[in-house]
Design a protein around this ligand. Structure first.
Ligand SMILES: NC(=O)c1ccc[n+]([C@@H]2O[C@H](COP(=O)([O-])OP(=O)(O)OC[C@H]3O[C@@H](n4cnc5c(N)ncnc54)[C@H](O)[C@@H]3O)[C@@H](O)[C@H]2O)c1
Length: 332
């Protein structure tokens, strides 16, 4: 009898630990760098009258024989209007041999963890190893998992600055940071400038459609993880920063369509030829990561379906070995 494993968000939360997600996501980027994945760009539906969208994200990692499809929304007004998270998702894990649906799992926490892991992998290859001061602009769900990943990537986090337009979100993030990073000084800032000035690593996780971090605030040698811009029209950085930085994307096509570079390219103030390369190429050893202490590096993440697939595979195997979830006879 063939059964499909159902996993709730709580069960996924019990299972996923950042070090293993970091390893899985790094491997997924390597596979992409080596050209061993099938991953058509995300397909979007825009619910303009509700300020939200829906994306479908299929992928197949041929070398690892892992395949999945994620359906995910982004509705930034959800918390205030409906008491729901901005991002919710469902992942369908498929057996490539037969197409059988092995598992259907909540992808909400999974998305936050795999997005955090992408930021962690980017920092591993692009940030200065001695980075000590972190700045977070935007302090919601993604910001929290970005910090969890950086905790496992950096040796010595000393200061964490946070700014969010909603002060209670900054405070909730600050509590999370105090619990997570022993001995770090955590500052709730009144402006994004106060958070960013003097930082070694800047992490942006807002749904903004205009720059929230300005070029004059950042110092040489900074690494920036831009996570929020993942749909056309979204941007978080002053384009002047892109011009003077080594810009690394997760996927060339998705980034040009919907990543941090999409608005500057559309406006003609940045050219796609100025993009240095994809993170997978660096992880696979085909391109260099950081070249000098003073170089400004940017990772712009749109979020890849292969990150979801490997994280779902990890979740499924761990759930089976722990006896978690509910098996149902869904098809056949
Ligand atoms: N790159 C990826 O793989 C990926 C994955 C998931 C989500 N995202 C994107 O990341 C963003 C955040 O997602 P989330 O799940 O953390 O949402 P969230 O609603 O939990 O958090 C977003 C936070 O940003 C704050 N904010 C909004 N505008 C701001 C501004 N101008 N300055 C400072 N703070 C501001 C909000 O108050 C909120 O606290 C969204 O744009 C989402 O589409 C990207």
């Amino acid at each position: 009898m063939r059964e499909t494993l159902l996993l709730t968000d709580d069960e996924v939360k019990q299972i996923l630990e950042m070090p293993r997600v970091l390893d899985a996501v790094e491997e997924a980027f390597r596979e992409k760098g080596l050209g061993r994945v099938q991953m058509p760009p995300k397909v979007y539906i825009f619910y303009n009258k509700y300020e939200g969208d829906l994306r479908v994200m299929p992928s197949y990692l041929e070398g690892l024989d892992i395949s999945a499809v994620k359906v995910v929304n982004v509705h930034p007004r959800n918390a205030s209007m409906y008491g729901l998270p901005t991002v919710m998702a469902v992942v369908l894990l498929v057996d490539p041999k037969s197409g059988f649906p092995i598992s259907i799992m909540s992808g909400s926490w999974l998305t936050a963890m795999r997005t955090g892991a992408a930021g962690g992998v980017a920092a591993k290859y692009l940030a200065r190893k001695d980075s000590e001061v972190l700045a977070f602009v935007g302090a919601g769900t993604q910001a929290k998992t970005q910090l969890i990943a950086l905790k496992h990537t950096l040796r010595n986090i000393k200061v964490i600055n946070v700014y969010d337009v909603v002060e209670s979100s900054s405070k909730s993030f600050a509590n999370h940071a105090v619990e997570l990073i022993d001995g770090a000084t955590v500052n709730v800032c009144r402006t994004p400038r106060e958070a960013v000035e003097g930082a070694d690593i800047v992490v942006t996780t807002t749904p903004s459609r205009q720059p929230v971090v300005m070029s004059s605030w950042i110092k040489p040698g900074v690494h920036i993880n831009c996570i929020g811009a993942d749909a056309p029209g979204k941007e978080e950085l002053d384009p002047e920063i892109l011009v003077k930085a080594k810009v690394v994307v997760d996927d060339m096509e998705q980034a040009i369509h919907s990543g941090e570079v999409n608005v500057p390219i559309a406006k003609g103030v940045f050219r796609k030829e100025q993009i240095y390369g994809e993170l997978g190429e660096i992880v696979a050893g085909l391109k260099r990561g950081r070249d000098s202490r003073d170089e400004i590096t940017i990772f712009t993440s749109t979020g890849l379906a292969i990150q979801d697939a490997v994280t779902a595979w990890l979740t499924y195997n761990e759930a089976r070995s722990r006896g978690l979830g509910k098996l149902i006879r869904l098809v056949c």
